[in-house]
Design a protein. Structure first.
Length: 528
């Protein structure tokens, strides 16, 4: 059978646009109509919904005796590649020639009878009954075929967008371990997870959110490892976002997490499939959004932000040392400026005499008190950090490094800041970079300034009051109903074997299944 195709790309005049724009508005508050048996009416409806869309492509098909019958295929040319269109044509041609009937005698009745009885044989094809389904499939990169005298349509998957290749993670580089990153394609990311965790207990559930974006979201969990109450709470919260426009994974944090105004992150993010799989084995839930490579992990605890996937690729003694260094870096990034302000302003007697004389010598001629000096230097450091991130990568790092050197040296020579303050601000910034999770570093950047204000007003007492407030806040936080500061509050000494230290792997819990049954014993999964 020779199907003849006539390509058309629709264009509109102003009068057609105004008339068509008024007609669908009358149906916008009602139920979208079903597919009509009238081919011209179906085309008119498509034109109304895709008004002023230059990339909408129509193909008119003629078939049957003396090419007396007509069909219409519609798709978005910016989503569908030509090779997908050709493949669809070949598949349908082969189907007609070998299944429906002789090429020159095929009628609409035969086509309707065949598809109503047998459905479609192609894995990527389906039969549609409602017009809203057809519009949704067109927007998803499918080819829709309408037949005259048939109130249904065929849909062929033909999305042909070019996606980024799987490369090394940018935000989570490691020396030892897999060098694979998730990408912006949701199916590829789910495939990466499936490839590493070949288990029938790995469940992947899909939902579509957004009134306009229709963004696909997939969340995964390991059945038997996840806490049923946590999973139920997660599903309850995520069910409320069906009409929200979710463009990136971080949009979900405010719905999933608790403590909206808390500086501490309520979820973790990763671009590493091995980290996501380890989280699944530890009873976590991961969420992926089509169009973004970031994977969200929940629920989380405070101490998980100090661990990295690379901790489990090295020997336990080295991993423990690195983890303790991260804890020290956290304390330096949080407390060093405020501690210096409190000591130099209120408690100079606690500083050794030789060190005090050295500090006084460097501060000679500085017109600002220690608080204003630290505030200015912190502001310039944050400014340089943001400039280095926003600038193009080839020049961003150079600008941030050169800018820090130039501004630091100029501030010392101009007697605006002392060398000791430049050292303290630099150490604070370096310590914040030592944390594996970027969003925890953001929390430190926020908390640093209130602690500096407390230090300049109340001295050491103010710093201690700030620390107690932070600890109380951490003890009150919860993540999907789970205590955020566990295993310290509530106290679970058995879980300390994978918090500040990392004991040998053979002593960790190997089997992740039924993990929620072992919570009272404080047993943890073996990965992060």
């Amino acid at each position: 059978m020779k199907l003849k195709f006539f390509n058309q790309r629709r264009s509109y005049t102003s009068s057609q646009s105004n008339q068509a724009a008024m007609e669908p508005a009358q149906e916008s508050n009602g139920i979208m109509p079903s597919i009509s048996k009238n081919l011209d009416l179906n085309r008119k409806k498509v034109e109304e919904y895709f008004l002023n869309c230059y990339d909408l492509v129509y193909h008119t098909w003629s078939y049957g005796p003396n090419l007396a019958y007509t069909a219409l295929s519609v798709y978005l040319g910016t989503l569908v590649q030509n090779k997908q269109v050709n493949y669809m044509k070949e598949s349908l041609q082969d189907l007609v020639d070998h299944e429906i009937g002789p090429a020159d005698t095929v009628t609409p009745e035969q086509i309707m009878h065949f598809f109503n009885r047998n459905g479609v044989s192609a894995q990527s094809a389906s039969v549609l009954e409602h017009f809203d389904d057809a519009v949704s499939r067109i927007l998803s990169g499918n080819i829709i075929i309408f037949f005259d005298q048939w109130d249904k349509a065929l849909s062929y998957e033909a999305l042909g967008l070019t996606s980024r290749q799987i490369t090394e993670p940018v935000t989570e580089p490691v020396v030892q371990g897999p060098h694979v990153s998730t990408i912006e394609d949701l199916d590829s990311n789910v495939g990466l997870i499936r490839n590493l965790l070949k288990s029938a207990n790995l469940k992947v559930e899909m939902l579509t959110v957004g009134a306009e974006s229709k963004r696909n979201i997939a969340y995964c969990y390991l059945n038997g490892a996840v806490d049923p109450e946590t999973l139920s709470e997660f599903q309850k919260r995520i069910a409320d976002i069906d009409q929200e426009e979710i463009l990136e994974t971080s949009y979900l944090e405010e719905w999933i997490g608790e403590g909206t105004f808390s500086p501490f992150p309520a979820v973790r993010y990763t671009e590493r499939p091995d980290t996501a799989v380890a989280a699944l084995m530890d009873g976590k839930i991961i969420v992926m959004v089509n169009g973004t490579p970031t994977v969200l992990i929940c629920p989380v605890t405070f101490f998980e932000f100090f661990s990295s996937s690379e901790d489990y690729y090295h020997r336990s003694i080295f991993s423990t040392l690195i983890r303790l260094i991260r804890v020290v870096a956290f304390l330096i990034a949080l407390l060093l400026p405020s501690t210096y302000i409190a000591l130099s302003t209120f408690h100079s007697e606690l500083i050794p005499t030789v060190l005090l004389l050295a500090i006084l010598d460097t501060r000679e001629g500085i017109p600002f008190p220690a608080f204003i000096e630290a505030l200015l230097m912190e502001f310039f450091f944050e400014l340089l950090r943001e400039a280095g991130i926003r600038l193009p990568r080839p020049i961003g790092s150079a600008v941030s490094i050169v800018g820090a050197l130039v501004i630091g040296q100029a501030a010392i020579q101009a007697k605006i800041a002392s060398p000791v303050m430049v050292i303290i601000v630099s150490l604070t910034g370096i310590a914040s970079f030592a944390l594996p999770q970027y969003n925890m570093g953001i929390a430190l950047r926020i908390l640093r300034f209130p602690l500096m204000v407390l230090a300049v007003t109340l001295g050491g007492f103010g710093v201690m009051a700030g620390i107690l407030w932070i600890l109380l806040h951490l003890c009150c936080l919860r993540s999907l109903g789970q205590p955020y500061f566990t295993p310290i509050a509530p106290l679970r000494v058995e879980q300390w074997r994978d918090v500040f230290i990392r004991i040998p792997r053979k002593m960790l819990l190997h089997n992740p299944r039924n993990r929620h049954l072992h919570k009272k014993n404080g047993e943890r999964g073996k990965g992060r």
